[in-house]
Design a protein. Structure first.
Length: 367
């Protein structure tokens, strides 16, 4: 029997810079939208010691071909996946999702190692075993959880839990003095490889916390944790408090600076508005002034019209040129206002008027 290849798996490999909804990439494929309804289970997965197994029926493993064709509903393919599952994250969930979708009818059993085994073979964990058990219990793809799972799978353990296939990533897992703890599972044809999710792991999360330790320590001190609970020395505690105060002062200065910028911006906007209004009013005033007092303004036309009317009123009327000429009595001569000289006379009447007496325009001036 040939083990399933990675190309046959319903895996969703994600890159660090995954783009798309919920971190999906082009390799994932975006599934069609489904109606709004509850798709998950309402209860956490039970522990293996809480599940009753009917041992009266003989345990006969199914082959890979039988599993791929699909088994009866009362005989699902029992797939086992184990791990530490510290700081349970999306990479763990995706691995379990792949294991759940290996075959059309799959019953997924997940083994979680205890603190004692983990600390001996791998190292210290952030979450204790009970927290890790509970985290795996609440994964939607898990049907059953095995507490205190063995570090190396034995034939007795596989037979006890009636396991058909073991799911794990295909990278050799060296531990407990072995180059690959799943080597005998692969040789037995019971190994079903899954793919790791790149860009997320428990080690990556711990690295972030260690890198930004001061930030998280200051945050938890601010939230009420004591220095003893955080294993922070007296000097570091005072240093964190001082840094917190400095950051608050910086924030206040930044807020004042932003408010000052907003105020200056508002003043500039108002001043620009006032300048625009002043320019509009000044143009209107200059236009009205030129319309009134300019070279072609209304005042000039009024003065011209008044001067014409005044000249028309004080100038004598001339007789028509077509009327017959006859001797007329000499008319009183016209004298310009504020002048003692008489206006010049025409050549025809110059000789006749030389001997005549100059008369004033009005009686008032004679008086």
């Amino acid at each position: 029997m040939e083990p399933p290849t990675s190309s046959r798996l319903n895996s969703r490999k994600r890159r660090k810079d995954g783009s798309g909804p919920n971190g999906a990439t082009e390799l994932d494929g975006i599934p069609p939208k489904m109606s709004r309804r509850s798709l998950g289970l309402r209860e956490p997965a039970p522990f293996s010691d809480e599940v009753e197994i009917d041992y009266s029926k003989p345990y006969i493993r199914v082959t890979y071909e039988e599993a791929m064709r699909g088994t009866p509903l009362d005989r699902p393919v029992r797939v086992y996946a184990d791990g530490i599952f510290d700081l349970f994250h999306s990479g763990h969930a995706r691995a379990l999702m792949q294991a759940k979708n290996l075959f059309p009818n799959t019953y997924l059993i997940v083994g979680v190692c205890s603190d004692e085994l983990t600390h001996n073979f791998k190292g210290f964990t952030v979450m204790n075993e009970n927290e890790r058990y509970d985290a795996v219990q609440h994964c939607r793809y898990v049907d059953e959880v095995v507490r205190n799972a063995p570090w190396t799978l034995t034939p007795e353990f596989l037979a006890e839990h009636r396991i058909d296939f073991v799911a794990h990533d295909d990278i050799p897992y060296s531990s407990a003095g072995s180059d690959d703890v799943y080597k005998h599972i692969k040789e037995a044809g019971m190994f079903a490889p899954t793919q790791r999710t790149e860009g997320i792991s428990t080690s990556d999360i711990i690295t972030r916390i260690v890198r930004d330790y001061d930030v998280y320590a200051r945050r938890n001190l601010q939230r009420g944790y004591t220095a003893k609970e955080l294993n922070v020395s007296f000097i570091n505690e005072k240093k964190y408090h001082l840094q917190e105060r400095v950051d608050k002062v910086k924030k206040r200065v930044k807020d004042v600076e932003e408010k000052s910028k907003e105020f200056v911006q508002k003043v500039e906007e108002k001043s620009i508005d006032l300048i625009q209004k002043w320019e509009e009013k000044s143009r209107e005033f200059i236009g009205n002034f030129l319309e009134m007092f300019g070279p072609e303004g209304a005042l000039k036309h009024m003065l011209k019209e008044g001067k014409g009317r005044m000249l028309q009123a004080i100038s004598p009327k001339q007789s028509p040129s077509s009327s017959p000429t006859h001797d007329r009595s000499p008319s009183p001569s016209f004298r310009w206002p504020f002048s003692t000289k008489t206006p010049p006379s025409s050549p025809a009447n110059r000789s006749r008027n030389e001997s005549s007496v100059t008369y004033d325009i009005s009686e008032d001036e004679e008086d």
